[in-house]
Design a protein around this ligand. Sequence first.
Ligand SMILES: Nc1ncnc2c1ncn2[C@@H]1O[C@H](COP(=O)(O)OP(=O)(O)OP(=O)(O)O)[C@@H](O)[C@H]1O
Ligand SMILES: [Mg+2]
Length: 372
Amino acid sequence: MAESTDATVEEKEVSTEPVGVDTDGFGASAVQDEVVLDVKDLQTHFTTRWGTVKAVDGVSYHVRRGETLGIVGESGSGKSVTALSLMRLVPSPPGNIVGGEVQLGGRNLLDLSEADMTQVRGGEISMILQDPMQALNPVFSIENQVGEAINIHQGLKGEALWDKVVDSLRKVRIPAPESRAKDYPHQLSGGMRQRVVGAIGISSAPAVIIADEPTTSLDVTIQAAYLRLLRQIQQEEGVGIIFITHDFGIVAKMCDRVAVMYAGRIVEVADVRTIFNEPLHEYTKALIGSVPKLEEKTGRLPQIEGQPPLLYNLPPGDAFAPRSTLEFTDEDSARRPPLLEVEPGHWVQLSKSSVADYDKYAHLMPDEEDEE
Ligand SMILES: Nc1ncnc2c1ncn2[C@@H]1O[C@H](COP(=O)(O)OP(=O)(O)OP(=O)(O)O)[C@@H](O)[C@H]1O
Ligand SMILES: [Mg+2]
């Protein structure tokens, strides 16, 4: 959409540009209707000696082809555990996926055997690690590392494998891919290494890529290149991206829709403009509240008064209520607020304690008698 998404991603050009937000508006990609990933009522618990931690407590979201869904929320809100649950990489013990569905390619991933899941991981759904030095093994050549991923998922060997390696490197705009493939990670610049990681991520033509906190530890140059690379991959491959971040500036630049997580639940979901311009949940408002103006540089999440709740033995009601500036009602501490579609495509966890416009949408609340 903006000039920054042009195919010109030579390192020299990206290096001079700060990672700001497009001043002409929000990031948007070529979203198609088809839902590629559909997560329903996912629940992941950790059994600890203090009690059960409901790290993911009934999370539902979907991602369309070519769409970037941002997941934001304070530290500990369950963003990463949700992502790990999709990949079925939650360490067990102490973790267990205790409920829900993860629909991808016509199947529920939670029903697959471990052997089938190994094919899906890094195949149909892949995770791009943020730090290229961590993601790449220094003792193997680029050819080796990109080739390994392709070999595992597509079973290619010999010349066919080599062609595919070169093709993957070309797709992420690595110049002279035939000779770069012979290099080792230390022979490449940071930006080039990042692209190699991207090449591994897309080599299996995944339907969904998860990028968890992709930018925090990177310097600005590499960060800009990384974001551009993701956008470019998305435009060319039509992949759905789940983009987990603390940084609202990057959300505005990269995401089509945003899901806001709090205490293992989604409290609000809407397209990126609505999240910034018409947030309904007090938590979303607080997160956005002190972000510098969009044309300024990116800001990390502001501090919100009060502590995030401890996730073990959490009462059933509105977990944000104690921190909300609105009046705290007993009803809200006892009852789990439902996530309701209050406007087309705009969902909010509706409770008096956390939504100032509660009365406007109160008629949407299910009757209490109808429940349980
Ligand atoms: N192995 C574990 N054992 C017990 N609790 C865990 C374990 N891993 C994660 N948790 C808990 O699950 C909750 C969610 O953690 P998660 O890593 O998903 O947070 P996050 O939103 O990704 O935070 P951050 O922004 O810091 O990355 C936290 O309360 C965390 O303490
Ligand atoms: Mg995390």
